[in-house]
Ligand binder design. Structure first.
Ligand code: NAP
Length: 436
């Protein structure tokens, strides 16, 4: 009798969504899983998005990394979807393909002055302080007044990093240059601006409280009267947010080191400045409000991430077109063998942990489909990649990077210091490949 090869699944993206999906897949004793990523390092936004001072969330990486202990899982780093491999090639080489690429772009305000130097996306700023090798430098020297547009958790993260005493960040895994740049900043005020009221903000209460409790800051609220908000049916978390803000305002020190101004019911309409951003003009979004112009040396647009279409995969409304993780053609017809998880499936909302349930839903459908799907002969993708000169990095390469970062941190008395330069990451990958 001919032997039947175990089913093979490809996952594109080794972030939390991809790794939760991998963990759900290897629970099936038969499946083989190949996880592709354009980086030589796994963990996606856990490594390059979760704030460096959020060690407990980052620790989820330890749990997620367990999936690599299975000898049925391979990590193929430095393989970029669309450049090194296409959707059709993956479909030809695997019984199923899961796209777990997240949301790689950011939304834009679409207002004059948005591209002035000094106006940046929070995504870029986060990538920079997280040591992403593609991040652009973020000069902060001379920044006294910063405006953050948006009142979600990313806005809260970037505001906190700007307001914190840089000395308190020196134990994190931030690259040395980032810490130096933060030390050179002389931030005095951060404005956090919402186009709706504080009761509508999307930040979560623990994250908000952490920001409000930044040592040495005073908090003010502008654009609304907190005490007058009495909406029937206000959700518990909204009430908790309002209470946290009211308390922070009441308990603010008389002679603060820095200020956090929360401005609500205002939307930015123009950024202005001579060569560099200098001010942001806001118009009111509630009746009776007044236009406000805020001085700004730095503007961070934190108005949400945006999914980027994958070549050859149906895309609609900022997401892969799918139903509960099963990819669909744009006309709604079935597209067997392709699946989506995480932000590219459901949009850029939700915490790291939300991906577990999300992945379980997709993997449940995938396993049900595999059980009834006739097997077909599969192509050998390793050979295709080799013929193209694509040499994936592997887990041993990642472990070498991991150890080098831990060693780098050790010299500085920290748990880890990120390696943020491509050439250093690639040198560590090559150090392993020479032996092959
Ligand atoms: P988000 O929660 O969707 O927040 C986006 C913010 O931008 C909202 O305040 C939104 O206001 C505002 N906005 C959108 N378009 C705007 C415009 N044109 N002008 C002005 N304001 C505009 O997204 P996020 O902060 O990027 O976070 C993404 C996800 O990651 C969220 O689920 C978040 O909880 C999660 N996250 C969690 C953590 C953590 O520490 N736990 C950290 C970072 C991110 P409206 O509500 O009025 O649209």
């Amino acid at each position: 009798m001919p032997t039947v090869e175990p089913p093979r699944v490809a996952i594109v993206g080794a972030g939390p969504a991809g790794l939760f999906a991998a963990a759900a897949l290897v629970a099936d004793p038969d499946l083989r899983v190949d996880i592709f990523d354009r980086m030589p390092t796994p963990f996606g936004l856990l490594r390059y998005g979760v704030a460096p001072d959020h060690a407990s969330i980052k620790a989820v990486a330890t749990t997620l990394a367990r999936v690599f202990e299975s000898d049925r899982v391979r990590f193929l780093g430095l393989v970029e979807f669309g450049r090194d491999v296409t959707a059709a090639e993956l479909v030809a080489a695997y019984d199923a393909v899961i796209y777990a690429v997240g949301a790689a772009d950011d939304r834009r305000l679409g207002i004059p002055g948005e591209d002035l130097p000094g106006s940046r996306s929070a995504r870029q700023f986060v990538a920079w302080y997280s040591g992403h090798p593609d991040a652009e430098p973020q000069p902060l020297a001379g920044v006294r007044d910063a405006v953050v547009v948006g009142v979600g958790n990313v806005a809260v993260d970037v505001a906190r990093i700007l307001l914190k005493d840089p000395a308190s960040l020196s134990s994190t895994d931030m690259p040395d240059q980032v810490l130096e740049e933060l030390r050179s900043a002389e931030v005095e005020r951060v404005w956090l601006v919402g186009r709706r009221g504080p009761q509508h903000a999307t930040f979560t209460t623990p994250e908000l409280r952490e920001l409000l409790e930044t040592p040495g800051i005073a908090v003010t609220v502008e654009g609304c009267d907190l005490g007058a908000i009495d909406e029937p049916g206000l959700e518990r978390h909204a009430r908790a947010n309002l209470a946290a803000i009211a308390r922070a305002v009441a308990e603010s020190p008389a002679t603060p080191d820095r200020w956090l101004h929360l401005l609500f019911w205002h939307r930015p309409v123009e950024l202005s400045g001579a060569g560099l951003v200098q001010a942001v003009r806001f118009e009111p979004t509630a009746p009776g409000g007044e236009a406000v112009t805020v001085r700004a040396d730095l503007v961070l647009r934190s108005i949400g991430y945006l999914g980027v279409p994958l070549p050859g995969v149906p895309f609609d409304g900022g997401r892969i077109h799918n139903h509960e993780g099963r990819v669909l053609e744009l006309d709604g017809s079935a597209r067997p063998g392709e699946y989506a998880v995480g932000w590219i499936k459901r949009g850029p909302v939700g915490l790291i942990g939300s991906n577990k349930k999300d992945a379980a839903e997709t993997v449940g459908h995938l396993l049900a489909d595999l059980a009834v799907q006739p097997r077909r002969p599969l192509r050998n993708l390793d050979a295709t990649l080799a013929a193209r000169g694509v040499r994936p990095s592997d887990l041993a390469d990642w472990r070498r990077i991991d150890e080098a970062e831990i060693a780098r941190g050790g010299i500085r008395g920290r748990e880890r210091t990120k390696i943020e330069a491509w050439h250093d990451l690639l040198d560590l990958v090559r150090a392993g490949q020479v032996k092959d």
